[in-house]
Each structure stands twice: as C-alpha cells, then as structure tokens.
Design a protein around this ligand. Structure first.
Ligand code: PLP
Length: 405
C-alpha cells in the first residue's frame, strides 16, 4: 500500500522547517531529496569498507569493487539494458551527453554533417552538440515546438537528411514537464538508420524505462534527480557504438597496456571510465534504485499523476495564471507565471512561506525564447509530495497576487 506519510518519513529533510514553516519542497526537477537508506549506504561505504576499486588485492578493495559492480548491475536491470558492458558511470547527464558528443563526433561526424535535437532541450543537450559541431564544422538542426509545448514531430521527416548523423532528444522537457513521444522519434530515426540519444534526466524517475523496448542507442540520466547522490550519473550505450567509439578521457583504469610507444584500451564499460570514478556515488545510485523499486514505480506514477491533476485544477481556478506546457502528456511539473508578476518576486514570496520552487529559465533559454518570456515559476513535484502541499502553494500564489498586483 502506497502511504505517502510513511514515505515522507524516509526522507529526513522533508521534516525540516524553513523560516519556521514546514518545508514544501517543489524543486524536484532540479534535484531530489535523499531517503535515509541512500544516506546510510553512503555512510556505510565510508565507514566500513571504503577503499579504491578494481586495483587492489586486499579485502576492502574487493568489497568496494563488488559493491560498485553490483550497482552497475542494478542500473542495468532497472532500465532493462542487455548487458553491464553497456552501462557507463559518469558524473551525470551533462557528462554523459558530453561523452557521446565528443566520442561519437570524433568517430562518425565530418564537415557538413548534421545533428538533430529539439526545441525543448536543456542546455546540457544543446551546448555539447554545438561544441562538437564547431569542431567538426557540422550543423545543428532543431525540431520546432508547438504552442502547447509539444514537439512538431510531423516535421522530422523533412528535417532528417542523408547528412544527419544522430538525433539527440529529451524524454521530458525539464522546463515545461511535457513528455516527448521518444519511441516514435526513435523508430522514425531508425527508419533512416540514424542513432538516437535520449536525455532521460527528467524521465527515468517518473516512469518505467525499458531500454530494449525503447531501442534507443544512448540513454543518459543523473543520480541526484533519482533520489541518489550528486556527482554520479549513467550513460547507457549500445555495445555496437561503444566498441567503435574512441575513449573520451585517458588515464588509469581505462587502459589495458600502456607504453610510451602504444597504449591499448580496456574493455567495455571501463574504456569510458578513466581515473577513480565516483564509486561511492554509484553505490548510492544502486541503493536509490532499490528504494524506488521498494516503493513501486506503478504507485509512483499514479500518485504523481494525481498530484499533477490536482495542481492543474487548482491553478486553473486562479485568475491570471498562465501555465506553460499545457498538455495531458506531462510529468508532475507546473511551469507558470502569475499575471505580470516577475517570477523572481513570486519565488521570493513563496520562499518566505517555506515553499521551494525554481524560477528562471531552468537551463532551457531556447524554450523561454520560444514562448517570448525570460522565465517561469516551476513547481516540480514527486511521489513524496502531497495535496496539502499543493494547497499551501495555492495559498502562496494568492498571497503573491495580493502583494504584487
Ligand atoms: N537534461 C535535462 C532534461 C535536465 O533537466 C537536466 C538537469 O536539470 C540535465 C540534462 C542536466 O543534468 P545534470 O546537471 O545532472 O548533469
């Protein structure tokens, strides 16, 4: 039985106060809070078996290595990838996209080629491609956005050419919460034999991800947005690409043999994990995935859907609120503006009521430009949030209106 009160008690920070008001944490799209199990797993790693992985012959190193590799297996199973060789630990989504942009770009992209992204991307899925395009003299093309925040996917056929080398697309818009029909886009790109990277930073924590069913070529996500630690993330890549792609960084652990004349590289996935990785972070991600499984993804989806519907209904009752990304297919993100009130002013008033929302462009300036605004107020909810917290937000919005209009 899904019991939100019990779930909340797993997250110590949710019981805290801000300015003597109970914390209402609605900034989950930026980063999520951590359950005690994750915090304890990290503490246990540092206090009972901490030692560097892979290179030791001693007992502690064996334990660390085993825990790290079993975290990799947990990630594999959570997203239903075919093999642990296809699971690379990185520092986060940004690092994963940069890895592919650099390495795939080095191997496959030449002057005049094209990369296709969408108008809904986070900067992390724009700038690495721009940098690669600059290096390679390639071009970035963009799938346009409709007024309701959905993508004009019917235009993809016209945007793909024989020069398109890769499509890189977000699963969910972090700025609007709109869910993108990535499976359709993947199937369409594959009709032209073009690989697809899915930025799962806002997708993986809100629904089932089955990599083999999606059939994407790359999938990236961050630990800190899925109730795990910061500084750790995942890149899934199909083996056929990863084997061909050159390493992104050089150093320890990613090599097989090193001499001054010639270096040979380690096998997958280690070829892409140079240096001492954030192995404690990886152990933390593993624990976070265990925790999500213990709550149950079906219940998470159901509870978050109820919250979204409740928040939409309540917000639509308030005059002067403009909601951006007004579609049915969305995750629990409400991105909005209150009449002519600047989003920062609104955010500061809400903060004084203990409500943590994010204001600004949400690292998606092209999305804001598409709607002719410079930012929104974003209340992003997840499975530990409640209807009562939404009521507090609604009270807050009324207060903003009273104070500012
Ligand atoms: N992609 C999307 C859709 C995001 O929402 C974010 C973070 O907000 C990122 C990429 C970047 O994630 P990170 O900062 O964890 O690397």
């Amino acid at each position: 039985m899904f019991d939100v009160i019990k779930i909340r008690s797993d997250f110590p920070v949710l019981a805290t106060t801000v300015y003597d008001k109970p914390l209402v944490y609605f900034d989950n799209a930026a980063t999520t809070q951590k359950p005690e199990e994750v915090i304890n797993a990290i503490k246990q790693a540092y206090t009972t078996y901490y030692s560097n992985i892979h290179r030791g012959v001693h007992a502690l190193s064996d334990i660390s290595s085993e825990k790290y590799e079993s975290a990799r297996e947990k990630v594999r199973s959570f997203i239903n990838a075919g093999s642990v060789e296809e699971i690379i630990f990185t520092a986060g989504t940004t690092a994963s996209v940069n890895l592919v942009a650099f390495s795939f770009g080095e191997r496959y992209v030449k002057s005049g080629d094209e990369i296709l992204i969408s108008g809904l991307e986070h900067h992390a899925n724009i700038v690495p491609w721009q940098m690669m395009c600059q290096r390679k003299n390639a071009h970035l093309k963009v799938i346009p956005v409709n007024d309701d925040g959905t993508l004009r996917i019917e235009e993809i056929d016209g945007l793909i050419t024989e020069k398109t080398k890769l499509v890189s697309i977000t699963q969910v818009s972090n700025a609007l919460g709109v869910i993108i029909p990535v499976k359709k886009i993947i199937d369409k790109a594959h009709e032209y034999d073009i690989p697809v990277l899915v930025d799962g930073a806002q997708g993986v924590q809100h629904g089932h991800v089955d990599i083999r069913e999606l059939d994407c070529d790359f999938y990236a996500f961050s630990g800190h947005k899925i109730y795990g630690p910061t500084g750790i993330g995942v890149l899934y890549g199909k083996k056929k690409w990863l084997e061909e792609m050159p390493p992104y960084q050089g150093g320890g652990d990613m090599v097989e043999r090193v001499s001054f004349e010639k270096t040979t590289y380690n096998k997958l996935p280690f070829k892409f994990e140079a240096g001492t990785t954030n192995f404690v972070g990886a152990i933390g991600i593993g624990k976070a995935l265990d925790y999500i499984e213990s709550v149950g993804m079906e219940d998470i989806i159901k509870h978050e859907k109820e919250l979204t519907e409740y928040a939409s209904t309540r917000m639509k009752e308030i005059r002067g609120i403009e909601i951006y990304g007004n579609t049915k297919e969305k995750i629990s993100i409400m991105s909005f503006l209150i009449d002519k009130v600047h989003q920062y002013d609104a955010g500061m008033i809400l903060d004084k009521m203990g409500i943590a929302v994010r204001t600004g462009s949400h690292c998606a300036q092209p999305v804001m430009a598409r709607f002719g605004i410079d930012g929104t107020i974003r209340a992003s909810m997840c499975f530990y949030n409640t209807r009562e917290e939404i009521d507090v937000l609604i009270e807050g919005i009324e207060k903003v209106k009273r104070m500012m209009l």
